[in-house]
Write a protein that binds this ligand. Structure first.
Ligand SMILES: Cc1cc2nc3c(=O)[nH]c(=O)nc-3n(C[C@H](O)[C@H](O)[C@H](O)COP(=O)(O)OP(=O)(O)OC[C@H]3O[C@@H](n4cnc5c(N)ncnc54)[C@H](O)[C@@H]3O)c2cc1C
Length: 535
């Protein structure tokens, strides 16, 4: 088999985690780092292609048998290059629970320094935020009356105002922070990769081939095989120290299984030699299911009018010349973290307020002004899986998030719809609120709301957990992200999270990679943060 040059570390996947690792590991000029990614550049959410893997779930048993669209980023920056740019870390107790499960070094106080290390916050706080990291984070400008109406309506409905969801208090309604730098999307490729590529001869990016499997000598990972196309001859890329799998929550378990790590029966079914039986790989899939309440808007203030017709030209010029105006907007500047019932220790619902009509991931165009309130359940009980469709690495694996498998998950989502309606019904929305187009006036009873959720619920793109870390024998990874029983192999991406965090998953994945870089380099962890635990 042909071989490429040898490296110390081979990183598989140039996404949110992979770009961070490439930067941090290659900071040592004495180590040689190779970052592998398939061809493609950053791009859009709507279509499958060079920017987007364009995946679908299996038919969902508890959602009328629907197959749900799952965009995942493909090129430089991975999903951080197609995501909504909302910067959220989750709730402190999410991480404290990881620590309580036995994962030393993963409590909120332990991981806060890594969030800070990655972040270049343009706002004022220095207690919770970092100012000097590569990941630029800005406060939303709240530049439309619509965002203010949403926040005021939330307060009128009885929820507290939260100025910084990543600060002292998560619960409430308020402005989002975003990974936007001077009007430009700040993917992890822009933040961590591009700035160092030119000056680091020890960092090589190879972007023409898919990683098809990990190569082992006995129980040691010695490199990866790559393929430039179906049926092409594989090339071996050797890793003297470690292979680092960063292919995300769908493809990391796929690569491990194709390499002979996974449930033995599943591997044998596809004639894959078992290197080590690991039943936990591909299990424990968790995702945020999302449902929307959509109204028409009685004023021309939403994305539709701000970008319609000739205005598109003005918007484009304003953005190109001055990086100002609607062209720099993600139309997602406010949101909320709320409890669906009494007695919870932290919010279990997240709201995203979008200043546009957003149906089916914006794949259905509606030519009208409007606003959309999204609600997703933050810590679902339902667990799904990623399994192999075949032994061909070019075939997408089978994704079954198993949404809405428990009564608690159905209840929380139902309450989400009711809360969105409650907020949309407040006085502060009177000047903007038009007809409710989803769910619509004919959806009123619990049974009707449940049916609406089954019919229209979609992912809000946060799959995790398929190669989880843990201290129990069934966990594929230990707390240092090493694959149990195998030398020279770690997984570093969203798949390692044992449970979903209470929020969007880009910043938490970046945090995981920052911590992994210290673990891999054998550096001692920073002193735990001394802040009062956020409410
Ligand atoms: C449409 C969308 C909107 C989102 N919005 C937000 C948001 O607003 N805020 C937020 O915090 N989070 C958001 N997320 C989630 C967040 O972006 C992800 O959780 C995060 O990017 C996951 O990082 P990762 O490193 O695990 O995987 P990814 O960033 O997906 O990276 C995986 C990389 O591995 C590569 N890869 C896969 N298989 C192979 C292979 N065989 N060989 C080589 N390379 C391979 C992929 O091409 C990709 O580049 C969104 C996600 C999506 C898709």
């Amino acid at each position: 088999m042909p071989e490429s040059a040898n490296f110390d570390y081979v990183i598989v996947g140039a996404g949110s985690a992979g770009c961070v690792l490439a930067n941090r590991l290659s900071a040592d000029p004495d180590v040689k780092v190779c970052l592998r990614m398939p061809a493609g550049v950053g791009g859009l959410i709507k279509d499958a292609g060079p920017h987007n893997w364009g995946l679908y779930t299996e038919a969902q048993k508890h959602m009328d048998g629907r197959k749900l669209w799952w965009p995942r980023g493909k090129g430089w920056g991975g999903s951080s290059s197609i995501n909504g740019m909302v910067y959220i870390r989750g709730h402190a107790r999410d991480y404290d629970q990881w620590r309580q499960s036995g994962l030393t070094g993963w409590s909120y106080a332990d991981i806060l320094p890594y969030f800070r290390r990655s972040e270049g916050y343009r706002g004022k706080d220095e207690t919770f935020h970092g100012q000097d990291g590569p990941l630029v984070v800005e406060d939303s400008p709240l530049d439309s009356v619509a965002y203010e109406s949403f926040i005021k309506s939330g307060e009128q409905a009885g929820y507290p105002y939260t100025p910084d969801f990543n600060g002292a208090q998560q619960e409430g309604v308020g402005p989002y922070q975003r990974t936007i730098n001077d009007g430009e999307r700040w993917s992890t490729a822009r933040a961590f990769l591009h700035p160092v590529l030119k000056d680091r001869p020890n960092l090589t990016v190879m972007s023409t081939a898919l990683v098809s499997k990990i190569r082992f000598e006995g129980k040691r990972a010695i490199g990866v095989e790559t393929l430039s196309g179906r049926g092409a001859e594989p090339t071996l890329v050797r890793a003297e120290r470690e292979v680092l799998i960063c292919a995300g929550a769908v493809q990391s378990p796929q690569i491990l299984k194709l390499s002979g790590l996974g449930p033995a029966a599943e591997l044998r079914k596809h004639s894959i030699d078992v290197v080590q039986e690991m039943p936990g790989i591909g299990e424990n899939l968790q995702d945020h299911l999302d449902v929307t309440v959509i109204h028409k808007m009685t004023q021309k203030l939403s994305a539709y009018s701000r970008q319609a017709g000739l205005k598109k030209i003005a918007v484009g010029l304003n953005y190109l010349l001055r990086k100002q105006g609607a062209g720099r907007d993600n139309f997602l500047q406010a949101g909320g973290f709320l409890k669906s019932r009494e007695g919870l220790d932290r919010p279990d619902l997240q709201l995203h307020f979008v200043n546009a009509i957003m149906i089916d991931h914006a794949r259905t165009q509606v030519k009208a002004d409007g606003f959309t309130i999204h609600a997703c359940q933050l810590r679902p009980e339902s667990r799904g899986s990623v399994t192999l469709a075949s032994a061909d690495p070019f075939d997408h694996p089978l994704i079954d998030p198993n949404y809405l498998a428990t009564e608690e998950d159905r209840r929380a989502m139902r309450e989400g719809v009711k809360i969105c309606r409650e907020i949309a019904g407040q006085n502060a929305f009177d000047a903007l609120r038009g007809e409710e187009i989803m769910p619509g006036q004919d959806v009123r009873t619990d049974a009707e709301i449940d049916a609406f959720i089954r019919r229209t619920g979609e992912t809000i793109y946060h799959p995790v957990g398929t190669v989880r870390m843990g201290v129990d024998d069934a966990a594929p990874l230990d707390g240092d992200l090493r694959v149990r029983g195998i030398e020279g192999l770690r997984v570093v991406d969203a798949s390692v999270m044992p449970t979903l965090v209470s929020g969007n998953t880009n910043a938490p994945t970046i945090m995981v990679a920052e911590k992994a870089a210290d673990l891999i380099r054998g550096l001692s962890a920073p002193a735990p943060a001394e802040v009062a635990e956020p409410a």
